[in-house]
Design a protein around this ligand. Sequence first.
Ligand code: CA
Length: 685
Amino acid sequence: MTLAAALLLFGCDRGVDARRIAAADGAEWLTYGRTYDEQRFSPLKQIDRRTVAGLGVAWWAEFDTDRGQEATPLVADGVLYVTTAWSKVHAFDAAGGKRLWSYDPKVPGEAGFNARCDVVNRGVALWKGRLYLGTLDGRLIALDAKTGRPAWSVQTTDRAKPYTITGAPRVMKGKVLIGNGGAEYGVRGYVSAYDAQSGKLAWRFYTTPNPQGVADGAASDPILRERVQATWSDGAWKQSGGGGTVWDAITYDPKLDLVFVGVGNGNPWNHKIRSGGKGDNLFLSSILALRPDTGAYVWHYQTTPGESWDYTATQHIMVADLTIGGATRRVVMQAPKNGFFYVLDAATGKLVSAEKYVPVDWAQRIDPATGRPVEAPFARYQKGGVSTQLVGALGGHNWQPMAFSPKTGLVYIPAQHGRGYYADPQSFTFLPGAWNTGVLRRFDGPNTAPSLVRPAALLLAKGELIAWDPVAQRKRWSVAFPDQWTSGVLATDGGLVFHAADKRFAAYDAASGRPLWTYPTGVQAIAPASTYAIGGKQHVALMVGAGGAGGRNEARQKGRLLVFKLGGQVKPPAYPAAVTQPPLDLTQAAPSSGDGDRGGRLFATYCSACHGAGPYFPDLSRSPAILEPQGFQTIVLDGALKAGGMAGFRRFFDAAGAEDLRAYLLWQAKTGPGPAAPTAPTHAQ
Ligand code: CA
């Protein structure tokens, strides 16, 4: 091949392609997990165990949103790209921090209603001079990487259904892959591939059967007919679509030419309601291996057959070569919500090993012969029973990416401890567009005792950064944190692991876990850091901003990007003090003739998922809006505050319902201390 031909073939416009991603020397961060294997390990080592003490802020930026920040900063050709909440994109000069351009897809505020887990976005994909963005309202948009101008935009979802996109697209072989979320509300999951150049749909793969029993004309048709349909029985899935959304992990292996897709939980969660308690319900809670060119099915591994607890397998999937029993095995690794760390053969999906990485009691072990969990007798909360099992719906590990260091041979897992509460509801009616888990929710009212009481001791939750040996399947070191919800992880050849928890960004010795450096971030950071080198200097970039499915324990502050280097001296200003809502003067309240007990049930069904979980969303029992009925209805029924994410609820209840709700909230205001935390399973993603 001539040089000219080679330049043509590989592109000479400095666009990102597979060759550049594979050759990445660590100076750039070109795709979500840095490289296709998504190990999030950087070969950069200017910042190391010795020098890290001198790490300081080189430059920083603040954004126009105070919701959760989950993006991985990408760096290519001297430009750093991040997304913020509400699916906005910002491009910066990676050396000095000058903002080059911003792009706002103008997501309608009411789309936030479908995003119980916050209006977050985990980042963009780069390919051949463009970048690709998934938006909260289901669009996939191609932007010119130099200018931020849109090249094309496609709607990847049915706008009439409560789909959302929070995940980062991935690009391989000229195709952009994107999934979606919304399983708690009632949608049917799928992953789509679009031509990167034209935006034309190349293929789509559904993760659950078509509820009408007809073919979709999709890549999934043959396997749904042959293997999947028979694993579902009669139940509410025929109304809901069954769930199984692909909201995060999409990992490509160029060596095997397979793309590994993580599939989420069922809808409703409750297997008895969803599928009559019968069948494995493929491909819920599974890792799927597909061909990137066609979407053709190759293999699957279901982590949680008959899923009934929101045990998604959407969590980060990484590919690695491990030496097991003296032989090199190419494996995929995942720490899904169910609490077991899985090592699978990447070519076949066959189980290599699976062990508990956090305390788990819902299952004793994974049977090595069948690959199925050996469940505890209480786990399925049979009629009248309550299961207070380890782990809960937030999972032993959520979306926060892990990292793997080939130097230490350890996987660094941002893990979580916490119990779930599961019980059958008194009855179940599928409510289109609403939260439909089929699991009892806590409700109370002036004349109703709380329906589900949680002993405080069972709620003890914590976070844990675990250094996990995936060959021996055991913990090598760990650090525990009071806050359960911590950040994603970065590992480097400087012998370091970067991770944030409890409002501190820290570097640990990758081999021993010894803390070497910390920086107070002011508010919680949950995003994973990335690293790059420019002008001979290694930088570490981190998005700061609390939120997401579990980050509701603090008031909202503006999102920030912090970029560090050795000798950095910049001092971003402290955040303003959080404003706390004072109690209402109830002598100013218009009395309500509503039924507060009925209002309590409405609150549990429609409101508590957001407004019952800490100071992140307003405490409605302290909101002046409840003092009189007209203004309250303008917000609750007509959507006066929809631009901020508070959609109108007229499709769910009427003026009488709104007044019942107001009666309940006035009762809460009087009896204080505000709405109690919802039952644990309502924390979910
Ligand atoms: Ca979920």
